[in-house]
Design a protein around this ligand. Structure first.
Ligand code: NDP
Length: 444
């Protein structure tokens, strides 16, 4: 049996009932075959892949808090410190009822390679809870965040592990988490990113994941002799990543005709009104029905359906496994030329394989959405230096980083004989740096 197949069997046996984690590891290992085969004996002896697929540390904890009615609630808290070979652990905190150990481990594993691709010195981690901020009062969200941080603080630090936002963790939650960290430790340090601008946050961090997604999409199209200007784009999601993806796509001359949330989706043939979308989602925290009520050209549909709309470019920006095989078939039938993942692993494995087979240009999330964590690394640098860069300075660095990521995944794919396969390119380029750092640091 090949070394990769042996490791995959081990991962499944040692991590039962963790399908998302298995899916993420399988996807990465499969695309690493040409690299591993060149060095199979050495890597097997060093148990490199066994070490890479086992988190350095996994913390699971109880998060008790009291709701507005005086009832005690209990959630599960997680922090997976996956790999620190190239820097302190870095990765978001997800607050969503679907959160479990499998999902946090898949996200932590992916984060290792994504962070490596950014070219900044950060390792990979991820955390979160099955707490659902939706429908909770500010008081309840604060009570949860304070309880969560009361355990988490002992495991993190500006040079140890620096969490950030993710699904359900926005500016409000980061503020409450930071306040509690500071209160317990007495330290004013860059222990979280995505902070507010008045207390150590970076300009352009809020926009970074969505903007970065469009910068790499632009690079991808240019490298393939096309441009974004004039293209029709579908976006799924209506959260942080989706909103700023829509904004930058429009700034670059494309027309975005859809957004979605977990209950329904909008088709707006005149192009999404991003100011209205921000008002609905960022200010009013309302459903997309409120967008449709305020915009005569918009049609609201219950359920899912974004990927059935005719487009040139599709940007899934909501959650894992949202773009399925039937969606991939609809995209191809409608003439879609490129799919770039704003969310983490939004495309199922069969859908990814189908898109690539059909010649659709495909950039995986670990490259395409790395602008968020890259800008978090820039926030860490500004905190360490105790100074702030302008929006334009951060945005220019983000753009350069996304160009660099595209160049490195493109050249890794070519070097290993798979030109245009950016999934393989991203996994290989991300892997090589981490593998090299792990080997240099001995058996740890
Ligand atoms: P938000 O919470 O701001 O938005 C998530 C959006 O996706 C919402 O519109 C939400 O709808 C929708 N959504 C969430 N879960 C589901 C589901 N199960 N089915 C359908 N729709 C769903 O999160 P972000 O925009 O920050 O994150 C989106 C994705 O991007 C995630 O995969 C995240 O890991 C990834 N990512 C985020 C980064 C960041 O900087 N924020 C960085 C890199 C990756 P509703 O409001 O109805 O729940």
């Amino acid at each position: 049996m090949s070394y990769i197949d042996e490791v995959m069997e081990r991962v499944i046996a040692q991590n039962p009932a963790q399908p998302e984690f298995h899916q993420a590891v399988r996807e990465v290992l499969d695309s690493l075959r040409p690299v591993i085969e060149r060095n199979e004996e050495k890597y097997r002896k060093e148990a490199l892949l066994e070490r890479m697929t086992t988190p350095e540390r996994a913390v699971i904890f109880r998060v008790p808090w009291v709701d507005d009615k005086g009832q005690v609630q209990v959630n599960n808290g997680y922090r997976i410190q996956f790999n620190s070979a190239i820097g302190p652990y870095k990765g978001g905190l997800r607050l969503h009822p679907s959160v479990n150990l499998s999902i946090i481990k898949f996200l932590g594993f992916e984060q290792v390679f994504k962070n490596s691709l950014t070219g900044t010195p950060i390792g990979g981690g991820k955390g979160g809870s099955d707490f659902d901020p939706k429908g909770k009062s500010d008081n309840e969200v604060m009570a949860f965040c304070q309880s969560f941080m009361t355990e988490l603080y002992r495991h993190i630090g500006a040079d140890v592990d620096v969490p950030a936002g993710d699904i359900g963790t926005g500016a409000r939650e980061i503020g409450y988490l930071y306040g509690q960290y500071k209160r317990i430790t007495g330290k004013y340090e860059g222990v979280l990113t995505g902070k507010g601008l008045t207390y150590g946050g970076s300009l352009a961090r809020k926009e970074a994941t969505g903007y970065g997604l469009l910068y790499i999409t632009d690079e991808l199209l240019k490298a393939n002799g096309m441009e974004l200007k004039g293209k029709t784009v579908v976006v799924s999601g209506a959260g942080n990543v989706a909103i700023y993806a829509v904004e930058k796509a429009q700034q670059l001359g494309a027309k975005v005709v859809t957004v979605s949330d977990s209950t329904g989706w909008i088709y707006d043939p005149e192009g999404i009104d991003v100011a209205l979308l921000k008002d609905v989602k960022e200010v009013r925290r309302a459903r997309l029905t409120a967008y449709a009520e305020a915009r005569p050209s918009a049609q609201y549909h219950e359920g899912r359906g974004v990927f059935t709309v005719k487009c040139d470019v599709a940007l899934p920006c909501a959650t894992q496994n949202e773009l399925r095989e039937e969606d991939a078939r609809a995209l191809v039938a409608n003439g879609c030329i490129a799919v770039c993942e704003g969310a983490n692993m939004p495309t199922t494995r069969t859908a990814t394989d189908y898109l690539i087979e059909q010649g659709v240009l495909f950039v995986p999330g670990k490259a395409a959405n790395a602008g968020g964590v890259a800008t978090s690394a820039l926030e860490m640098s500004q905190n360490s230096m105790r100074l702030s860069w302008t929006f334009e300075e951060v945005d220019a660095k983000l753009r350069d980083i996304m160009k660099g990521i595209f160049a490195s995944i493109d050249s890794a794919a070519k070097e290993y004989g798979m030109p245009g396969n950016y999934v393989a390119g991203a996994n290989i380029a991300g892997f090589l740096k981490v593998a090299n750092a792990m080997e240099a640091q001995g058996i740890v």
